[in-house]
Design a protein around this ligand. Structure first.
Ligand code: HXC
Length: 259
């Protein structure tokens, strides 16, 4: 697959997505969204992948949508671009396996909005995140106004969206936006450790868990619990369920067959 703005690799059971426009701190343009669309299309079909790691090349994760490109958009083009950003972020969120976001530097605007759609976020201690769009006369249109208040206290979400203030890594951890702060040199190693741990679990069970968590979040409590029990029943019908339970009882490691 020939891509110009993202490095896309697969090794063993893992896929690695590295945003790669370092001269503009990996700012998101249409070409990057086209590239991401092709990657998510490929990943949706790949049954062998067990976890995905997303990061940025150079000193930033993603410093937001490309302001130079957006400045000259007509209102209609701005709307169309916004829908395209949302669509690609939704595609990333809906991938069947866990996506670990390793925030190596600035994750601002659309960059943080993309990170918020990942399953697990870890951050380098010197990185900063934020939603500074109001300084540009727009607001976080890539889903940040919806995902951030669902993730953290509403008042803090509003504080950071209205002021545009950058959030240092440690503060992002205290707020619950990220799950871990790592040393700068340890970020990718730690992301891989998390991916390895996920890959040792029952693959169908992990995929189903992700599905019920994500889809349940869009339903009320009762229907989400019904949906949950239906999905649970399908995992109970798998060979992997027998494999996992037998391995526990035999005090051995499960060798899951993904069926
Ligand atoms: C285009 C960008 C960019 C961006 C950085 N650059 N962010 N270009 N779009 N979002 C470019 C700079 O212009 C500069 O180019 C180069 O990258 C290096 O950036 P510097 O500003 O020189 O680096 P530094 O001083 O370290 O400051 C880093 C920074 C700052 C704090 C991240 O670049 C910054 O504030 N960037 C904008 C962040 C932002 O507002 N993001 C939200 C975008 S709107 P040159 O040519 O000078 O070297 C958005 C909307 C999403 O995301 C939803 C819409 C659909």
């Amino acid at each position: 697959m020939k891509l110009n703005t993202i490095i896309y690799e697969k090794r063993d059971a893992f896929a690695y997505i590295t945003f790669n426009r370092p001269k503009v701190l990996n700012a998101i343009n249409r070409e990057m969204l086209d590239d991401l669309a092709r990657i998510t299309d490929d990943l949706r079909r790949d049954e062998g992948i067990r976890a995905i790691i997303v990061t940025g090349a150079g000193k930033a994760f993603i410093a937001g949508a490309d302001i130079a490109a957006m400045r000259d958009f007509t209102a209609a083009e701005g709307r169309e671009f916004n829908l395209y950003v949302q669509q690609q972020i939704n595609n990333l969120e809906n991938l069947p396996v866990p996506v670990i976001c390793a925030i190596n530097g600035y994750a601002l605007g659309g960059g943080l909005e993309l990170a918020l759609a990942c399953d697990i976020r870890i951050i380098a201690q010197d990185a900063k995140i934020g939603l500074p769009e109001v300084a540009l006369g727009i607001f976080p249109g890539g889903g940040g106004t919806q995902r951030l208040p669902r993730l953290i206290n509403n008042g803090y979400a509003k504080y950071y969206i209205y002021t545009g203030e950058h959030i240092p890594a440690q503060r992002a951890y205290e707020l619950g936006i990220v799950q871990e702060v790592t040393g700068s040199g340890d970020l990718t190693g730690r992301a891989q450790e998390i991916a390895d741990k996920i890959a040792k679990q029952g693959p169908i069970a992990v995929r189903m868990a992700k599905r019920v968590i994500n889809e349940g979040a869009n339903l009320g409590l009762r229907p989400s619990i019904v949906f949950d029990s239906e999905a649970y029943a399908t995992t109970f019908a798998t060979e992997d369920r027998i494999t996992g339970m037998t391995a526990f009882l035999n005090k051995t490691k499960a060798n899951f067959q993904n069926r």
